[in-house]
Design a protein around this ligand. Structure first.
Ligand code: NAP
Ligand code: ZN
Ligand code: ZN
Length: 348
């Protein structure tokens, strides 16, 4: 085992503080890598604050991880020392259920995916995430980062990127489709870039018009404030697909009415409290409400390759680890443009 520096939460309401965690010895199928950058996802904050249920502390968050391979196990075939690699939201799954066999490990029915943090690995150890200096992961759960994508900008693609790419792909966003993205944060800004790169016509639905210039530069053709009731009158029946990336509860009825007949609203945000939907808002246009969770390993690699080819990368603010707590406050205040990425050099 090796010991590495990390930032951990020790309670639901206290600050994250510097500590150490251990990483297992490199097994035959393992890849060890130095973490260079780790993104801050709103899910890290929901988890740490206990909004998704009780967790065991100390907990090292971080599931948008990019770095460089330092050691590979004797049976590893996909990676060598020096490779640029990434790890997203999970580090293992049962590998035998239909979902795993279909490359949709995130929906593993054989016990569920093993989260990159707050999970338990095959070795029986609790997993600890990417706000740290190094990690050891089975090669089947490691991604290859294309040369065209800088490591710092690759990190957010491993969660925010795949979480928005997967539903856009699944619901056929492309030329001739109208897509709306609710919330211009970490997920939202990548959803705009990806949907535009796929050829869809994109509208941002944000709380205010403060970030309008950015939204249009990222590829949206329209940008509307949801604080203005006229938005909901004027955009009625407009969209084929709406991605909801908001981390808080919304009145979904308002948004469902913006869908065309047969349109789908996909829930990506996972707020703490349930949301309700009146049946009429679904029935009246044969509308659907759906959910989507990250993406499988093969699809994540496909997304990274797509981003390299189409020059899609996130807009990031690089921070030192001692700024994590302030960054959390800013994410919760929707004051992020558009992803905080921790430079983990001082943890290596
Ligand atoms: P984020 O950077 O904080 O972005 C969320 C955006 O939602 C904000 O920038 C803001 O956009 C809008 N928003 C925030 N509070 C709001 C409120 N009270 N009312 C209306 N709009 C509000 O968060 P993120 O990292 O993109 O994550 C978004 C959500 O997705 C979180 O719940 C996270 O846990 C979840 N998530 C899900 C998956 C999945 O697999 N499904 C993966 C990753 C994350 P505006 O300022 O433009 O309004
Ligand atoms: Zn995430
Ligand atoms: Zn499985």
């Amino acid at each position: 085992m090796t010991t590495v520096s990390a930032y951990a939460a020790t309670s639901a309401d206290g600050p994250l503080t510097r500590t150490t965690v251990t990483r297992r010895d490199v097994g035959p199928h393992d890849v060890a890598f130095d973490i260079h950058f780790a993104g801050i996802c709103h899910s890290d904050i929901h988890t740490v604050r206990g909004e998704w249920g009780g967790i065991d502390y100390p907990l090292v968050p971080g599931h948008e991880i990019a770095g460089i391979v330092t050691e590979v196990g004797s049976a590893v075939t996909k990676f060598t020392v020096g490779d640029r690699v990434g790890v997203g939201c999970f580090v293992d799954s049962c590998r035998e259920c239909d979902a795993c066999r279909d490359g949709e490990e995130q929906y593993c029915t054989g016990g569920g995916m093993v989260g990159t943090y707050n999970g338990v690995g095959r070795d029986g150890q609790r997993t600890q995430g990417g706000y740290s200096g190094a990690i050891v992961v089975d090669e089947n759960y490691v991604l290859n980062i294309p040369d065209a994508i800088p490591l710092d900008k690759a990190a957010p693609l491993l969660c925010a990127g795949i979480t928005t790419y997967s539903p856009l792909h699944h619901w056929n966003a492309g030329p001739g489709t109208k897509v709306a993205v609710i919330g211009l944060g970490g997920l939202g800004h990548l959803a705009v870039k990806l949907a535009a790169a796929m050829g869809a016509e994109v509208t941002v639905l944000s709380q205010s018009l403060k970030k309008m210039e950015d939204g249009l530069r990222l590829g949206a053709t329209e940008y509307r404030a949801t604080s203005d009731r006229d938005t909901f009158k004027e955009l009625r029946g407009r969209f084929d697909l709406i991605l909801n990336t908001v981390s808080a509860n919304l009145n979904l009825e308002d948004y469902l009415k913006l869908l065309k007949i047969d349109g789908t609203l996909v829930e990506l945000g996972m707020p703490e409290h349930p949301m309700s939907v009146p049946a009429g808002a679904l029935i009246s246009g044969r509308r659907s409400i759906a959910g989507s969770m990250i993406g499988g390993i093969a699809e994540t690699q496909e997304m990274l390759d797509f981003c390299a080819e189409h020059d899609v990368t996130p807009e990031i603010e690089i921070i030192e680890p001692d700024y994590i707590n302030e960054a959390y406050e800013r994410v919760m205040a929707s004051d992020v443009r558009y992803r905080f990425v921790i430079d983990t050099a001082s943890l290596r």
